[in-house]
Design a protein around this ligand. Structure first.
Ligand code: LMR
Length: 400
C-alpha cells in the first residue's frame, strides 16, 4: 500500500523546530517559529491565564462534549474582541463565530465552507505569505495564486510594500475571487498597509465582488488590541460579507492549547444562522467539536474585567518588549559592523522581521551559528532577548 508514498519535505516553519531541537550548538537561538519568549528566553505563562486556571481548579468540572461550535461564552467573547460587543453587526446577530483549533483551524473551517459555496473560485494570497496559507487552501481544493505585496527593490533596495501592484491584481481579479488578507502584523514581512490603503482595498473588494478572508493571528502585537482590530470594523462598515480567523496562541501565550476562532459576517440574522449551520457541518466532519480547556481560559479572562485588564497589560508588555528588541537589533547590527541601513527593522511591526537575507545566508546562520530563521529571511524578533541579541547580531554581521 505504501510503496509509492514519497517522503514529504519538512514543514518550512515547524520543521525548523525539529532541526533546532537536534542542534547541539550551545549558543543556538530559535528565531524560526512565531513564538514570543520573554527576556529570559522563557515561554511566558501569563498571570491572567494562571489566575483563570486557579479558579477553574477550585471548581473542577466534568468534561462532556462541547457544542459543535464551542463554548458559547467563548464565541461571544471573540465577537466582542473582534467586532465590538456593542456593535450593530453583533447585536443584530449578523456574526457567526465558531471556536476553532487555533487560527489554522479557523482558516480550514472557512476554506471547507467556501469550497462548497464557491468551488471554482481562485484564492489570492499575498506574495509572500505565511507558508501554510498556500498549503491549506490548496489542500482544501482551491487554485491558489498570489497578489504582489513585498518588493525587495522598493525604498532603494531596503524593501517595502508594492501597494500599486497589490491593488492592480485585486482590480483584475475575477468576481468571487477569495482574497486572503493579513489584518495586522503581516506574516512574514512585518509590513502592514496604512488605514488609507485599507480603504482602497475595501473599495476594490466591494466593486469587484471579491470575498475577503482576514487572518488575524497577531491582534495586539502591532499598536494595540483596538488599533490592530480596526480594519475589521472598516470591512463591516462597507457592508461586506467577510471571513475572519483569529487566534489566541500568541496573545494569550496558549500555543499548545490551540485556541482560535472563525467568524463570518452575514447580511441578516436569518442568513447568518444558515451560515452557522454549514460551519458546524465543516467542524463535525473534521474533528467533531473543539476541546474545552483553552477556550474556557480565554472566556474566563475576557469575561472578567480584572483579568481582562491584566491580560491587556501583559499583552502590552510583550508588544513593548518586541519593539525594544527591534531597536536593539538595529543598533547591534550597526555596532557589529553591518554597513547596510537596517533601520527598516523598526518600521516593521508584529513578531517578524523580513531581514532581506538570502536563503544561503539563512542556511549559513543555522549551520555555522545555530541561529534559526526561515529560508525566506524571516526572523522572529519576539524571541530575541538581552542575552542572545549580541550573539545574533555578530552572527548576522558575519553572514552579511
Ligand atoms: C509562524 O508563522 O511561525 C506561526 O504562525 C506558527 C506556525 O504555525 O507556523
Amino acid at each position: 500500500l505504501f510503496t509509492a508514498v514519497e517522503m514529504a519535505p519538512r514543514d518550512p516553519i515547524l520543521g525548523l523546530n525539529e532541526q533546532f531541537a537536534a542542534d547541539t550548538n550551545p549558543n543556538k537561538v530559535n528565531l524560526g517559529v512565531g513564538v514570543y519568549f520573554d527576556d529570559n528566553g522563557k515561554l511566558p505563562l501569563l498571570q491572567c491565564v494562571q489566575a483563570a486556571e486557579k479558579t477553574m481548579m477550585e471548581k473542577p468540572t466534568a468534561r462532556g462534549y462541547l457544542p459543535i461550535d464551542g463554548i458559547v461564552a467563548y464565541d461571544n467573547a471573540v465577537k466582542g474582541l473582534v467586532f465590538g460587543a456593542d456593535s450593530d453587526v453583533v447585536k443584530s446577530g449578523r456574526v457567526a463565530t465558531v471556536q476553532a483549533i487555533g487560527g489554522t483551524g479557523g482558516l480550514k473551517i472557512g476554506a471547507d465552507f467556501l469550497k462548497k459555496l464557491s468551488p471554482n473560485a481562485t484564492v489570492l494570497i499575498s506574495d509572500p505569505s505565511w507558508e501554510n496559507h498556500r498549503a491549506l487552501f490548496t489542500n482544501a481544493g482551491f487554485n491558489v495564486d498570489t497578489y504582489p505585496y513585498f518588493d525587495q527593490s522598493a525604498n532603494g533596495g531596503l524593501g517595502g510594500i508594492n501597494f500599486d501592484g497589490m491593488l492592480a491584481k485585486l482590480n483584475a481579479a475575477a468576481e468571487g475571487t477569495i482574497v486572503l488578507l493579513h489584518a495586522c502584523c503581516h506574516n512574514p514581512t512585518g509590513y502592514d498597509i496604512t488605514p488609507a490603503q485599507w480603504d482602497q482595498v475595501i473599495a476594490v473588494v466591494k466593486a469587484r465582488n471579491l470575498t475577503a478572508f482576514l487572518d488575524m493571528a497577531y491582534q495586539g502585537f502591532g499598536y494595540g488590541i483596538a488599533e490592530d482590530g480596526a480594519v475589521i470594523g472598516k470591512f463591516v462598515a462597507a457592508g461586506l460579507n467577510i471571513f475572519v480567523s483569529t487566534s489566541f496562541s500568541k496573545s494569550f501565550s496558549l500555543y499548545g492549547e490551540r485556541v482560535g476562532a472563525l467568524s463570518v459576517v452575514g447580511c441578516s440574522k436569518e442568513e447568518t444562522d444558515r451560515v452557522l449551520s454549514q460551519l458546524k457541518i465543516a467542524i463535525r466532519t473534521n474533528y467533531s467539536n473543539p476541546p474545552i480547556h483553552g477556550g474556557a481560559i480565554v472566556a474566563a479572562v475576557l469575561g472578567n474585567p480584572e483579568l481582562r485588564a491584566l491580560w491587556e497589560k501583559e499583552l502590552g508588555e510583550m508588544r513593548v518588549r518586541i519593539k525594544a528588541m527591534r531597536q536593539k537589533l538595529v543598533d547591534g547590527l550597526k555596532a557589529a559592523g553591518v554597513q547596510k541601513d537596517m533601520s527598516f527593522i523598526t518600521t516593521q511591526i508584529g513578531m517578524f522581521s523580513y531581514s532581506g537575507l538570502s536563503k544561503d545566508q539563512m542556511v549559513r546562520l543555522r549551520s555555522e551559528f545555530g541561529v534559526y530563521g526561515t529560508d525566506t529571511g524571516r526572523m522572529c524578533v519576539a524571541a530575541l532577548n538581552s542575552k542572545n541579541i549580541d550573539y545574533v547580531c555578530q552572527a548576522i554581521a558575519k553572514v552579511i
